[in-house]
Design a binder for this molecule. Structure first.
Ligand code: ADP
Length: 252
């Protein structure tokens, strides 16, 4: 297992407030790594520091063998960061937006090839504001791939989507991983983390309180004597919903 990100003793203070309290973890090349935790845990702060968008107070960060303190610009070229979709120009078409972002990255991109990756070629000439929620998220994931990054960072990519669109995004994220890209993702959906992530770190109040595969975490809890208060059924309400409404996307 090759390490692609190393975070060592990371501390972030906002004035007198200690938001990240000396955390250390590694991300392995090619994995989907989830960063979970309640609001205010310090997830965004941690990720934005790794993404070179925020200054740390202390600690050491290595990304793709590069020291963040010495080579932040080189790191920027190797990573893709998902922007909040509200940041796009709603009146531009997808092709125009890709050219715009390509220009920012100084990268000569083929918009149709990029849109193919996220199954949006038939929307190439549509304006961003004309896309459904799931399509907007797929497009914003496409924009993280413009500079052919080694690592992409996805911030709650499926929040607010219907179950079909969420599954479709999971498939997309898996296909990106299958091409060798490392994926760091935040989510508040535990089923999503369980399905998608190879390993997860759970943060709370500025500390990492657990780091392992979802399977191992669940097994550890159960072997400690934990039982669900309600009898577990063989299917969930989500299964019922998918069974009734089908797996197909409605908003194509
Ligand atoms: P999460 O992403 O897990 O919700 P954040 O990293 O956004 O957590 O925030 C961690 C803590 O740091 C919160 O208590 C938040 O209020 C605080 N915080 C975040 N950004 C700032 C800032 N720019 N100035 C002061 N406090 C901040």
């Amino acid at each position: 297992m090759n390490t692609i990100i190393t975070v060592k003793d990371l501390v972030k203070n906002y004035g007198a407030f200690n938001a990240v309290k000396g955390i250390s973890f590694d991300v392995y090349e090619g994995e989907i790594f989830g960063l979970l935790g309640p609001n205010g845990a310090g997830k965004s702060t941690t990720l934005e520091i790794i993404e070179t968008l925020r200054q740390k107070t202390s600690g050491q960060i290595i990304v793709c063998g590069l020291d963040l303190d010495k080579e932040p610009d080189a790191i920027k070229k190797l990573i893709g960061v998902q922007l909040q979709t509200s940041g796009y120009y709603p009146g531009l078409t997808l092709v125009e937006l890709i050219h715009l972002f390509g220009g920012l990255y100084n990268e000569d991109v083929n918009p149709i090839e990029l849109l193919q990756l996220v199954n949006l070629t038939d929307k190439a000439k549509n304006k961003f504001k004309e896309l459904s929620g799931g399509q907007k998220q797929r497009f914003s994931i496409a924009t993280t791939l413009i500079n052919k990054p080694k690592i992409i960072f996805l911030d709650e990519p499926t929040t607010g989507l219907d179950p079909q669109a969420r599954r479709n995004l999971w498939d997309l994220i898996r296909s990106i991983q299958a091409k060798g890209t490392t994926v760091i993702i935040t989510t508040h959906y535990m089923d999503e983390a369980e399905q998608l992530c190879d390993r997860i770190a759970i943060m709370d109040e500025g500390k990492i309180i657990s780091l392992d595969s979802p399977d191992k975490m669940i097994d550890d809890l159960v072997s400690g004597g934990f039982e669900r208060p309600k009898q577990v059924k063989a299917a969930s309400l989500e299964d019922v919903f998918i069974h009734l409404t089908g797996k197909e996307m409605r908003d194509e």
